[in-house]
Design a protein around this ligand. Structure first.
Ligand code: SF4
Length: 180
């Protein structure tokens, strides 16, 4: 039985890792570097991730590129909840990972999106170059290849209480009031 499950895991993970479809989502300067990653110089298509989708329902990778303000937080949570399962998150840029230059100086910036949604890969720097984003995608691919379906379930279950809590807190401020 274990051999069968391991083989299914391998095939599923291989196909997931090589066909990550990112959501088109950028809020500030890091987004320019993310766009550059698709251009011919860097050619993210080599890793199967060139299909940027306009709808969260067709995407399974959220590359959060840019500063997230508290006003933006409900929209980020709603987009994450609407994405297809299993879904993955790369936090791109110092602002997204921990508030960056705004961490101590701004009242409006969220100091790390991991306070709102689960993050698989943190990619700091200001801004990360396209090569760094490609490296993050390859690290995520390696993580997915090694992950079992059950482990992913544990990861999701671990973060679910926080998602429900955030849903309540942000929902009061006009965000999503339903869990996907
Ligand atoms: S990390 Fe730097 S480049 Fe990225 S959004 Fe923040 S200020 Fe802009």
């Amino acid at each position: 039985m274990n051999i069968i499950l391991t083989s299914i895991d391998y095939i599923l993970n291989w196909s997931r890792a090589n066909s990550l479809w990112p959501l088109t989502f950028a809020t500030s300067c890091c987004g320019i570097e993310m766009m550059q990653t698709v251009a011919s110089d860097n050619d993210i298509a080599r890793f199967g991730s060139e299909v940027f989708r306009g709808s969260p329902r067709q995407a399974d990778l959220l590359i959060c590129a840019g500063t997230i303000t508290h006003k933006m937080a409900p929209a980020l949570l709603r987009l994450y909840q609407q994405m297809a399962e299993p879904k993955y998150v790369i936090a791109m840029g110092a602002c997204t990972c921990g508030g960056g230059m705004f961490a101590d100086t701004s009242y409006s910036v969220v100091n790390g999106i991991d306070k709102i949604i689960p993050v698989d890969i943190f990619l700091p720097m200001c801004p990360p170059r396209p090569e760094a984003l490609i490296d993050a995608i390859r690290k995520l691919q390696n993580k997915i290849r090694k992950e079992s379906v059950l482990k992913r379930k544990d990861f999701v279950n671990f973060h679910t209480p926080k998602l429900i809590e955030m849903n309540g807190i942000l929902g009061e401020k006009g965000g999503s009031d339903e869990l996907a």
